[in-house]
Design a protein around this ligand. Structure first.
Ligand code: NAD
Length: 240
């Protein structure tokens, strides 16, 4: 029986690359996303090992129901990648409460709800690995991104605390802090901002979703079995 991992935000971008990478490594993936059409399309293309679950990670009832459906239809889940995320960038003085709440809810509360719902089964199995997709913005801050930076820094606190809470149950919890990665999220940025970032990256280029996916595969695998509580930058050297 193949190992089962749940990946949120798996319909596109980094989440989709993570799902593909894990499938290539022998995992079955419970692909969770709020975008129904692209998710179902991906499922048709990718076959059996990519099971679509339409889910809003901010909805506690849906998260609980989906966690049970995944377990019943696919078996015990021992991998979780909290990747779903949104931005609502604007300067603080213009940022409304709704922009703040939306970003904190998806990026931080969503990861809390998913971790809570799925770690129960991992505790029973005394085995599991959770990877939270944070951002270099958690470490550096970002003008116009107080909501996003706070949510991603919050994920680091969640990661380190869960590492301590769940370690004795055989569950590892780590975070990845991607730098500037080419996806639809970053395609929205103005060209001069994109070029400005690239100039500051020691490796001289933006990253690919596959660059992040490789790090996730490692953190879910037994190759990292004594690694927990770390924040791994995947940023071409940007934060050195
Ligand atoms: P993306 O916008 O292409 O993909 C995000 C996915 O999350 C989408 O499929 C979206 O439908 C899904 N999603 C959004 N809200 C959801 C919800 N409430 N419930 C379930 N799914 C939901 O973005 P991406 O660039 O692939 O980013 C993936 C993750 O990586 C995000 O957490 C992002 O913050 C993080 N990240 C991205 C970059 C980058 O440069 N692209 C850098 C650092 C961190």
């Amino acid at each position: 029986m193949s190992r089962v991992a749940a990946v949120t935000g798996a319909a596109r971008g980094i989440g989709l690359a993570i799902a593909r990478e894990l499938m290539a490594d022998g995992w079955s993936v419970a692909a969770c996303d709020i975008l129904e059409d692209p998710l179902r399309q991906r499922a048709e293309e990718l076959g059996e090992a990519f099971r679509p679950f339409v889910l809003d990670v901010t909805d506690e009832d849906q998260v609980g129901k989906t966690a049970r459906e995944i377990r019943d239809s696919m078996g015990p889940v021992t991998g979780l990648v909290n990747n779903a995320g949104i931005t609502r960038d604007t300067l603080m003085m213009r940022m409304g409460r709704a922009d703040w709440d939306a970003v904190i809810n998806v990026n931080l509360t969503g990861a809390f709800l998913m971790s809570k719902a799925l770690s129960r089964g991992m505790m029973r199995a005394r085995s599991g690995s959770i990877v939270n997709i944070s951002s270099v913005v958690a470490l550096l801050g970002g003008a116009g991104q107080v909501n996003y930076a706070a949510s991603k820094a919050g994920l680091l606190g969640l990661t380190r605390s869960l590492c301590r809470e769940l370690g004795a149950r055989g569950i590892r919890v780590n975070a990845i802090a991607p730098g500037f990665i080419e996806t639809e999220m970053t395609a929205e940025l103005p060209e001069e901002v994109r070029e400005g970032y690239a100039e500051r990256i020691p490796l001289g280029r933006m990253g690919t979703p596959e660059n992040v996916a490789g790090a996730v595969r490692f953190l879910l695998s037994d190759d990292s079995q004594y690694i927990s509580g770390v924040v791994l930058p995947v940023d071409g050297g940007l934060t050195t």
